[in-house]
Design a protein around this ligand. Structure first.
Ligand code: GDP
Ligand code: MG
Length: 368
């Protein structure tokens, strides 16, 4: 809820901060001037000075809350996939191979755009890949409470087998409750031994379907472009089982995949839309920043006017550079967007302040 620092409260009541600190101490609450106290405490101490505290603050949820979706409003959406695996097992090569399946040779030459995610269109469905392979991105997102991945593709080199980061990736995916599809890579190599990889994976609880388990495993070569279509097919199959859905007909919500400051463009964020549809002109709040969508670009750098669920888009028109994992939410107007963003910033500052206070108090006690 809302909070106010002791100093701020004293100022508003026109009394000395030390008086308020003393009152709080008598109430059994040792605090310092810079410390934030919650609404109830503020009301209590204010009453001692014969003041009433009015609740003018708000809960974010009052503004950001959206109504429960009706089942008929939910429409299928593409799966969002993260590629993980041990270093040098071929994550980057696989992402490249997949990306190129969707381009003509001519177009492929022009792929310079990097927005941190891309959208692959297939005959029987679309797939979105997060272009930030590795555990760091995945773990950082999860630490921030962001659940952006529907499926993990675990790359294991057929000539190397299960390694330390392979096991880590399995654990990450399990902890996040995200299904794993295994891509046994480098099968073009003479020393490739897919059966050994399957045995090793089985020891970690990933049993291939052919052995009666339920883990989809596809043999691929990112280098020779073997099995890529099969892998994409399996991803779509897995997605179908998951019945991934979202309501496209409401204000957009999403997560920042990456963000940077670009010369001539200002703050640029790649946002993965998770529900609703984002449109040019929409007012939004993004972490502690806010603004109005000035322009939108897709993963190919083309200007677009709107983006629906599971789509990665570049958003221009932010008040600052947000952090990866930040929540992105469209609100009614820019005034509300600013209110939420400023509220968050205030809360962030209060948190920082109370952290410093705590350290100071601890030091104080040491001296006693
Ligand atoms: P990452 O560290 O997991 O991103 O691995 P990279 O994609 O950078 O690949 C590591 C090395 O393995 C590079 O030299 C690739 O050319 C090579 N490599 C990747 N996939 C294959 C493959 O399917 N076959 C062969 N022979 N080499 C591959
Ligand atoms: Mg790599």
């Amino acid at each position: 809820g809302e909070a106010i620092t002791v100093g701020e409260l004293a100022k508003q009541m026109g009394v000395k901060a030390a008086e308020v600190v003393k009152k709080l101490l008598l109430l059994g609450l040792p605090v310092t001037v810079n410390q934030a106290i919650d609404f109830d405490t503020a009301a209590l101490v204010a009453a001692e000075f014969e003041y009433e505290v009015e609740k003018t603050g708000f809960e974010e949820e009052d503004i950001l809350r959206t109504e429960e979706d009706r089942p008929e409003d939910l429409k299928p959406r593409p799966p969002v996939v993260t590629v993980m695996g041990h270093v040098d097992h071929g994550k980057t090569s696989l992402l490249d191979a997949i990306r190129h399946t969707n381009f003509t040779a001519e177009e492929a030459g022009g792929i310079t755009q990097h927005i941190g995610a891309y959208h692959v269109k297939l005959d029987n469905g679309d797939v979105v890949f997060l272009d930030t392979p590795g555990h760091e991105a995945f773990t950082a997102m999860r630490a921030r409470g962001a659940r952006v991945t529907d499926i993990v593709v675990l790359v294991v080199a057929a000539d190397d087998g299960v390694m330390q980061q392979t096991v880590e990736a399995i654990n990450h995916a399990r902890a996040a409750n995200v299904p794993i599809i295994v891509a046994i890579n480098k099968i073009d190599k003479p020393e490739a031994n897919p059966d050994r990889v399957k045995r090793e994976l089985a020891e970690h609880g990933l049993i291939p379907e052919e052995w009666g388990g339920d883990t989809i495993m596809v043999e691929v070569s990112a280098k020779k472009k073997i099995g890529i279509d099969d892998l994409l097919e399996m991803i779509l199959l897995q997605a179908e089982l998951m019945e991934l859905k979202a309501n496209p007909n409401k204000p957009a919500r999403g997560r920042v995949i990456e963000a940077k400051l670009e010369k001539g463009r200002g703050p640029v964020a790649t946002v993965l839309i998770q529900e609703g549809t984002l449109r040019v002109g929409d007012a939004y709040v993004c972490g502690v920043h806010y603004g109005r969508v000035r322009s939108l670009f897709n993963d190919r750098g083309q200007r677009i006017s709107e983006a629906g669920p599971s789509m990665p888009v570049e958003v221009i028109g932010l008040s600052g550079v947000p952090m990866a994992g930040d929540d992105f939410a469209v609100v009614a107007d820019e005034k509300q967007a600013r209110m939420v963003a400023e509220h968050r910033l205030r809360k962030q500052r209060e948190k920082e302040l109370s952290r410093t206070t705590k350290i100071t108090l601890e030091k104080l006690y040491e001296q006693i």
